[in-house]
Structures are given as C-alpha cells and as structure tokens.
Design a protein. Structure first.
Length: 287
C-alpha cells in the first residue's frame, strides 16, 4: 500500500492538472485522432531525440549519485539509440545534417542539463515524466502513428515506442515507483521534485504548441507520387488546379483536354454560332 507522502503519489496528484492540460493540447488531440502529418511526426521525433540525448547524458552523469542511482535503468529505458534508428529511417544515413534542435526543445534541453549538473535530485522529475508516459500513453500513440502514417509492420519509424527489454510494462512501472518511494528525500525535496515535474510538463506543452504552429503551415504535403494534398475528396491527380500547379497535367485530364479543344478556331466558330442560336431562342421564348 502506498502512503500519501510517497513520492509516486505526490507526483501523481501534484501533476494531474498538468497532465490533463498536456493531453488536451491541439497537437496531442489531433495525434490521437490520427490527424498527424508525416512531416510533423518526423519533427516530433527530432525533438524527442534532442530531449532524450540530454536526459540520458545527465542520467549517465548521475548514475552513482544516491539521489538518482536507484532509478538508473539504461538497458530497459534509454531511448536515444532507438530514436537514432527512427531518424535514419525518416531522414537517411545523413540524418544529422538534416535535423536541428528547435527553440522550444532547446529550452527543455537547457533545463535538463542545468538540473543534472546542479540539482541532480530533480532529475527524478524529468525521468518520471518522460519514461512513465512512454510506457503508458506512448503505447497508444505508437499504434495511432503506425496506422495513420502507414508505417511498415516491421516497426520502422516507431522504435522509440518499443521497449524490448521490458516484458511487462505494468510490473516495471510498479518497480520504478517503488524505487522512487525508497529514495531518501525530505519533504521539501519531494515538493521541489513535484514542482519540477510540472515544469517538465510545461516544456512538453511548449514543444507541442510549437509543432502545432508548424503543422498549420503544412497545408500541402507530398504524398505518394509527389502529389500534394487537396480537400481529401477524389483523386488529386484529376484536380485541374493541382495538375496545373505541378505542371504535370497529362493528356488524359478532361479539364485540360477541353481547354485545348476550345482554343481551336473551328471549334470557336461553332461555339459562337451556338451561343447566337441559344440567345435567339431565349429572346423568342421571353417574347
């Protein structure tokens, strides 16, 4: 049985509001509904790479520090290498040349480094916020992403969500919480950890908001065959506006065939005669 003064319970109750707010950001709501553009998912993966690189660097730094050592599970939890695999899948072998840390992510990264170097007891908050979330809601996002983005069944592109060295996520989370509760921390330090966890949620929300703004600018995204998205109705290749924009309208496009035909002198003469005849008929009918 857990006590209300256990760190795991204090974190659960103390971050409940922040957790709800994070889940209700537009980016997360759209993601859960399967409305996630591939380009945006790639950028989110980039943000995760920089975040976990910082977090795991500081965890390695403090692996022997008693205020954090019991929560050091590199084999089971570390995500950096998995994220490298995902980035190679999305960006190719030269992925490092094609990614950069965004402004919101950099602020998050800077805070993690500050904590790891100056207040290592607060690292607990960042590890808890990230890894416990990955083992819970993250598993839902994995399935949504794989389905919405039509990723291969071989789990390429979603290695981040795969915890191959954890056979039972629920049991592992129980172990993790027990280790947290066993840390020798006073009341004040526990309160600071809860405060830092809320700060971590805010950093995550800032990254989500940043991604959401980028997502709104991605009005046209290359799909299979290089065609941009239109209104989602019908085959984009038959849309004269997009075909004309791409300069790839084929001879089979009815719109362009009609335009080309209308430019023929003989056809224009016939059209003029038809219009005159129709106008005469209309005048006769009105009279």
């Amino acid at each position: 049985a857990r006590s209300p003064t256990d760190l795991s319970e204090l974190l659960k109750e103390g971050t409940k509001e922040s957790h709800d707010r994070a889940e209700n950001t537009q980016f997360v709501k759209d993601f859960l509904k399967g409305r996630i553009k591939k380009e945006l998912f790639k950028l989110a993966t980039v943000a995760l790479y920089f975040t976990y690189s910082a977090l795991e660097e500081e965890m390695d730094r403090n692996k022997d520090n008693p205020v954090f050592a019991p929560l050091y599970f590199p084999l089971e939890l570390h995500r950096r290498e998995a994220l490298v695999k995902d980035l190679k899948y999305f960006y190719g072998e030269d992925w490092k040349e094609n990614v950069q840390c965004s402004e919101a992510t950099q602020q998050y990264v800077d805070r993690i480094h500050h904590v790891g170097q100056h207040e290592p007891e607060l690292l607990v908050a960042h590890a808890y916020t990230r890894y416990m979330g990955d083992l819970s809601g993250g598993q839902v996002l994995k399935k949504v992403a794989q389905r919405a983005l039509k990723l291969p069944g071989t789990e390429e592109g979603i290695q981040f969500y795969m915890f191959d060295n954890i056979s039972n996520a629920q049991q592992f989370k129980q172990l993790y919480r027990a280790r947290m509760n066993a840390l020798d921390l006073d009341k004040n330090t526990k309160e600071r950890i809860v405060e830092e966890a809320n700060r971590a949620f805010r950093f995550n929300m800032q990254v989500f908001d940043e991604l959401d703004k980028i997502g709104r600018s991605l009005t046209e995204e290359a799909q299979d065959g290089g065609f941009p998205v239109h209104d989602g109705k019908g085959d984009v290749r038959k849309c004269p506006y997009y075909a004309d924009k791409l300069g790839k309208a084929g001879p089979g496009c009815p719109y362009h065939a009609a335009v080309a035909l209308a430019k023929q002198p003989l056809v224009q003469l016939v059209l003029v005669a038809c219009v005159a005849l129709a106008a005469g008929a209309a005048a006769w009918y009105i009279l």
